[in-house]
Design a binder for this molecule. Structure first.
Ligand code: ADP
Ligand code: MN
Ligand code: MN
Ligand code: MN
Length: 334
């Protein structure tokens, strides 16, 4: 029987790209073909030269449709077969391959916020604010936790799709949650994260809820949403000198990293709410007010991984992982 292939791609919306998808019916046994779309509707092409190309790069079972149906994440190419300007995956793959011998792996903590009827899910109907932050993080009970039904469905869907989801938790602000993907190499970790984001939007859609990656969904004394990126190479998993080399190297390319870590990062990295100021680099053991944290057990064991706490929830994980490999692996190769 023919099956449904949901082709996903990343569009050209600025400053933060969005996911798009459409369905192709594929004959039983047939290969997943190259496909195309109207780039003039996605900020990827002018109307008189509107065709863009979809090249399948990551395929997994479709946990929502079930059966033989699949999700097909694509790279966007121009009609002459070159990576489109919005295609950040191509460069991520190239840099990851260049430093492939260092065996980089990543675990990305994706924070997000549910919105319903124009306000964060759990904020009072009719306006105003809920009780201040304090009880919501990893909370339980109808007064603390909002949207768990969606979160559970999303977790099951990610596992059924074969993604490397490693956990979920309720976050500091009501309606705010996190899931983690990894540890796996790049670009795969980013492929899986984009598919997991799509599944989140799609599942929440059925509940009349939207999930947003806005890095600062509520102004004022409410936590922002990040995408802490945990990283290690083979050397870092074996010795502490490599951990320090990686931390030091990140301090030498602060502007490049901040520029690639998601739009409006300066609104989130204020120095408050468990963040370091965006323009001052620091690293430290156990320090959640540092740009980069060395987990305490990594210091104890003298090996492991580091956590770059700066990436925004709305970051492009192809860009983030590319930057980290480029900076840290070049320093570790010296
Ligand atoms: P936090 O304490 O900051 O909330 P989490 O448990 O949410 O941390 O996320 C930690 C992430 O780090 C997980 O995705 C995990 O898979 C990943 N991780 C664990 N070990 C490594 C490693 N050696 N290299 C890269 N990532 C790792
Ligand atoms: Mn976490
Ligand atoms: Mn978190
Ligand atoms: Mn973290």
């Amino acid at each position: 029987m023919a099956f449904k292939a949901e082709y996903l791609w990343i569009d050209g919306t600025e400053p933060t790209a969005k996911l798009r998808s459409k369905t192709k019916i594929v004959a039983d046994g047939a290969e997943l073909p190259i496909w195309g779309f109207d780039g003039s509707s996605t900020n990827q092409a002018p109307g008189d030269k509107s065709d863009c190309v979809l090249k399948p790069v990551f395929v997994c079972p479709d946990p929502l449709r079930g059966g033989d149906n699949v999700i097909v994440l694509c790279e966007v190419l121009t009609i002459d077969g070159a990576p489109h300007r919005t295609n950040t995956r191509a460069e991520c793959s190239a840099v990851a391959a260049q430093y492939g011998d260092q065996e980089s792996i990543f675990g990305i903590e994706q924070e997000y916020t549910f919105f319903k009827d124009g306000r964060p899910f759990g904020f009072p109907i009719g306006g105003g604010y809920p009780a201040p932050q304090g009880g919501y993080y990893c909370g339980v009970g109808a007064d603390e936790v909002f949207g768990r039904e969606i979160v559970e469905k999303h977790m099951d869907a990610c596992l059924a799709a074969g993604l490397h989801l490693s956990g979920i938790n309720a976050e500091v602000m009501p309606g705010q949650w996190e899931f983690q993907i990894g540890p796996v190499g790049a670009p795969q970790v980013a492929d899986e994260l984009w598919v997991a984001r799509w599944l989140l939007y799609r599942i929440a859609e059925d509940f009349g809820v939207s999930a947003t990656l806005d890095p600062k969904p509520v102004k004022g004394d409410w936590n922002g949403a990040g995408a802490h990126t945990n990283f290690s190479t083979k050397a870092m998993r074996e010795n502490y000198d490599a951990i320090i080399t990686a931390c030091e190297s990140l301090g030498k390319r602060v502007e490049e990293h901040i520029a690639g870590y998601g739009a409006e990062i300066e609104h989130r990295l204020t120095g408050m709410h468990e963040t370091a100021p965006w323009n001052v680099y620091s690293y430290g053991v156990s320090d959640r007010a540092a740009s980069v944290r060395i987990p305490w057990q990594v210091q104890v064991e003298g090996k492991g991984y580091i956590e770059d706490r700066r990436p925004n929830a709305n970051c492009d994980p192809y860009v983030v992982t590319k930057l980290i490999i480029e900076t840290c692996c070049a320093a570790l190769a010296d």
